[in-house]
Design a protein around this ligand. Structure first.
Ligand SMILES: Cc1ncc(COP(=O)(O)O)c(C=O)c1O
Length: 477
């Protein structure tokens, strides 16, 4: 079967996997505990160190569940407990778990081939996805570079910016997260703790500036847009900045929404000073924040945009998509003509940016199915409409007595900031698990981060609102 004959979506009428929580025993049960015991002593020890630190902070051990199966918006652990998934694989399960179209496409591609030969002999699946992603970019002529993770895509963007501008400087933002490979790690503004142990390996050309936030729901707080943009302007005017790297909404940093006009302001500064605008849409993109590309929706066509997380529908793949003129730098880097010696030494040319599994046919095929599902079942619009309504319902329910400072976000990317810091945020994460809801925390551990599948059933959203409001009233610091 050719890719043009991909099976039609079966899931338009809704998939199984829209069940409320059902707990057979307090999680984690005996099976989860037994399997976790096996992980201890063989997993890299930082997970154990983190668990111990959290136990110290909370005054109890928040032992994890072990996930066995998943369907739609439901996760099942080894003990047969059924949860509703408001984490959705760190926001990646855009079309839910086990989406029938993604799964059937995966099965079909398994029959065809698991391997291609990357940049030497591509597969039809890779060609199909490359075309598709180039068309996703709002300007004609875009080009695509594949990777396996979000970190890879940012790495590709950083390299592209250097080739295209010949300027090593990168402007990044406090609170930002772009992945932990040594390229992107240098631009991780979330906390110095991430960078410090590896500092000798990181580029020293990154400068961090404050990421401005819109006012809280009660109108208090928020940063001046003019002040934030003036700082970016001053930094870019130095002529040393090759790329301004920005998340259109801070994800891991605590779902921080910038004031209206921030992205458009960055676009104007970059155009004027010759820096490239790099939109990290690894979290916000593909419908998660209620837009296919949040930067474009916010008035800024970036020079480079990075996608990952949900792109492959569960199979790892990422992409750095760039304006044609910018990506030309991979043919002719700015200010770096190929010398006669290089030409003599490498007359056949080298693949200077690739990896064995980049553009793997399995991931390319499922990415096409994932995009078809998002577009065919109008999930971008659903994320915007239902996500915003969900946020408003949460905000209304999490009023007085709940010690919630703010409820914010775009689409199905929502943060609930609580009083009491990480102790209370992580405490609520634990309480919610005990009620059958899987959530994560962001920011400084004080923001419950909600990123459910974009097709989550309305009844599950309503159930969550009720439960979180009840728990927030109960939990002391
Ligand atoms: C905005 C953003 N950029 C980059 C990354 C890194 O992606 P990955 O974990 O796939 O390397 C993440 C991961 O959470 C992210 O949220």
């Amino acid at each position: 079967m050719a890719l043009s004959e991909l099976p039609p979506a079966l899931d338009e009428g809704g998939e199984p996997g829209a069940e409320p929580p059902l707990l057979r025993m307090p999680p984690p049960g005996a099976m989860s505990r037994a399997w976790l015991g096996r992980l201890q002593g063989v997993d890299a020890p930082w997970t154990e160190a983190r668990r111990a630190r959290r136990a110290q902070l909370l005054g109890f051990d928040h032992a994890p569940i072990v996930i066995a199966t998943a369907k739609g918006s439901n996760l099942f652990d080894l003990d047969g407990n059924r949860f509703v998934d408001f984490a959705a694989a760190f926001g990646a399960a855009l079309v839910g778990h086990g989406n029938s179209r993604v799964v059937r496409t995966l099965e079909m591609q398994l029959e065809r081939t698991l391997f291609g030969l990357g940049d030497v002999y591509p597969t039809d699946a890779k060609i199909g996805l490359t075309e598709r992603l180039a068309r996703l970019f709002p300007e004609a002529g875009a080009r695509v570079l594949f990777g396996l993770s979000g970190s890879d895509a940012i790495d590709a963007a950083m390299k592209t910016a250097l080739l295209a501008t010949a300027r090593p400087g990168i402007l990044a933002f406090e609170g930002a997260y772009h992945g932990l490979g040594t390229g992107p790690l240098a631009a991780c503004g979330l906390r110095p703790e991430f960078r410090a142990p590896f500092a000798p390996h990181l580029t020293p050309h990154v400068r961090f500036l404050p990421y401005p936030s819109a006012p809280r729901r009660d109108g208090t707080g928020g940063d001046s847009l003019d002040r934030a943009l003036a700082a970016v302007d001053a930094a870019c005017k130095s002529g040393e900045i090759g790329a301004v790297l920005v998340e259109p909404v801070l994800g891991r940093g605590g779902v921080v929404v910038p004031p209206t006009g921030f992205l458009a302001g960055l676009r104007e500064i970059c155009t004027r000073t010759g820096a490239l605008l790099v939109a990290d849409e690894i979290w916000t993109g593909l419908g998660r924040s209620g837009a296919m590309l949040r930067s474009v929706e916010d008035g800024a066509v970036p020079d480079l945009v990075c996608l990952a997380k949900g792109l492959g529908g569960g199979v790892p793949i990422s992409a750095c998509i760039g304006k044609g003129a910018v990506m030309e730098a991979w043919r002719t880097p700015k200010g770096r003509a190929i010398s006669a010696e290089e030409q003599e030494e490498q007359p056949h040319g080298e693949a200077i940016h690739t990896s064995t599994y980049a553009g793997s046919p399995l991931a390319c095929a499922t990415a096409l199915a994932m995009l078809d599902t998002v577009i065919g079942t109008k999930l971008v619009q659903r994320s915007r409409d239902e996500g915003d309504a969900f946020r408003d319902a949460l905000s209304a329910a999490l009023g007085e007595g709940t010690r919630v400072i703010d409820v914010r976000g775009r689409g199905f990317m929502i943060g609930i900031e609580v009083e009491g810091g990480a102790r209370r945020g992580l405490g609520l994460m634990h309480d919610l698990l005990q009620k059958g809801y899987v959530v994560l925390t962001g920011g400084k551990g004080d923001v419950l981060t909600l990123t459910p599948p974009l097709n989550i059933a309305k009844a599950l959203l309503d159930g969550f609102v009720e439960t979180v409001a009840e728990l927030a009233r109960l939990r002391e610091p």
